[in-house]
Design a protein around this ligand. Structure first.
Ligand code: CS2
Ligand code: MG
Length: 404
């Protein structure tokens, strides 16, 4: 089964997505997500100019060998652009293999190890009453886990503050240039424990609560935050501190029993190795589409399993429905599944993507169509041309750059 065509489509149905289409000589088509938020065209060019031509004529069944060819054979390794491109190829080839076998991808990965995939939804609010109403919306819809984020008094824009919580406007990758926000750690550290206390007072302990710090704290500040949240038994706090300095997590661990999750900006198993093998985290949150695809992420989760670390795959709206479907297949099959993020996608995403995954009673199932169970309408995509959009940046009050 030879690869005959490799094509990249960049379109903006709700937000920018880069999509890879691989075609084989027996007419099968596989889809991969090549989206890297705010850097879409870099991955598209990498695929179009440097990867696509190498794939023509290769046997689409040899997923592992093609992965090594692009990674080990590419000389320049790792990094978000390279690993997102490899992921797109890998996921498209798994899609093709499933279609060739007439089986959903999770069956090829060993079959279902659970009935469905527990996801957390995103509850947001400008203040506590607004947040409580949003949490209620998720509880009513059957979610067993909810991420809670609010604005911080005194700060004009904060990550996680929803304008309209039925969409993802709190993450405004919507400017042709990055907008600038102001960040102050003190008010945040004082405010968040009160927010979570209010959610527990209203909803009790029967729903899992999560929170995303979005890389904004120093290790000792993260230790303080984790400790102050202990009475509320968080499922996890996410990205407490920038994780380039992996040893920093030891300091957080020394100060709190609040579970730690990290990894959405990681690209390879090497980014995870120290954190996992030293048991410095509880959940590894790498994504299928930024960490080399199903093939590589499965290795990350296998390594994590040896050390009692569970999966927590990134599932933001800037990962396309193809990526979300791929994550669900993997989540269903691995032994050490922990939690899957589900942010959803902005309309009119469903004019371009059609999906087989379904939500019921707090769980997603990827469906039983052959392959990933996702389709992409190329003609519809042409109606939504790419527009440059960037995530915001953060500065402190004195103008210094800070993590957003
Ligand atoms: C966020 C992401 O979902 C999350 O946990 O941290 O939405 C992140 O901000 C985006 O993926 C950045 O593109
Ligand atoms: Mg996050």
């Amino acid at each position: 089964m030879k690869i005959t065509d490799v094509k990249v489509i960049v379109a903006s149905p709700g937000r920018n997505y880069a999509t890879l289409k691989i075609t084989t000589d027996d007419g099968l088509v596989g889809w991969g997500d090549a989206t890297l938020n705010g850097r879409e065209l870099a991955v598209a060019a990498y695929l179009r100019d440097h990867v696509g031509p190498l794939l023509i004529g290769k046997d689409a069944h040899r997923i592992g060998d093609i992965w090594q060819y692009l990674y080990q054979g590419g000389y320049w390794r790792r990094g978000p652009v390279t690993m997102t491109a490899i992921a797109a190829v890998d996921v498209a080839l798994w899609d093709i293999k499933g279609k060739a076998a007439g089986l959903p991808v999770y069956q090829l990965l060993g079959g279902a190890a659970r009935d469905g995939v527990t996801v957390y939804g995103h509850a947001n609010g400008a203040d506590v009453p607004e947040l409580l109403a949003d949490v209620q919306r998720f509880v009513d819809a059957g979610y067993r886990a909810v991420r809670v984020q609010t604005a911080v008094p005194g700060l004009e824009r904060t990550y996680g503050m929803g304008g309209n919580s039925t969409d993802v406007t709190y993450e405004p990758a919507d400017g042709a240039l990055p907008s600038e926000h102001v960040w102050e750690t003190g008010p945040y550290l004082d405010h968040l424990p009160k927010v979570v206390a209010a959610v527990r007072a209203e909803f009790g302990y029967g729903v899992h609560l999560l929170h995303d710090v979005h890389h904004r704290l120093s290790p000792i500040e993260a230790g303080r935050l984790g400790r102050s949240l202990e009475p509320y038994r968080m499922f996890w706090i996410e990205d407490a501190t920038p994780a380039e300095d992996q040893e920093a997590f030891r300091l957080i661990r020394q100060h709190t029993t609040t579970p730690l999750a990290v990894g959405e900006v990681f690209n390879s198993i090497w980014d995870c190795q120290h954190l996992i093998t030293n048991r410095l985290i509880d959940y590894i949150r790498t994504s299928v589409s930024h960490t080399g695809g199903i093939t590589h992420l499965r290795r990350v989760f296998d390594l994590a399993h040896l050390y009692g670390v569970r999966s927590g795959s990134h599932g933001a709206g800037d990962l396309s429905p193809i990526s979300f479907a791929a994550a669900l297949h993997l989540d269903l099959a691995i032994p050490n599944f922990g939690m899957q993020e589900y942010m959803g996608h902005l309309p009119p995403w469903d004019e371009v993507f059609s999906v087989g995954y379904e939500f019921a009673d707090g769980l997603f199932h990827p469906g039983d169509a052959a392959g990933l169970g996702v389709d992409f309408d190329e003609a519809a995509a042409e109606r939504f041309p790419y527009e440059p959009r960037y995530l915001p940046v953060n500065r402190l009050r004195d103008g210094s750059m800070h993590d957003w």
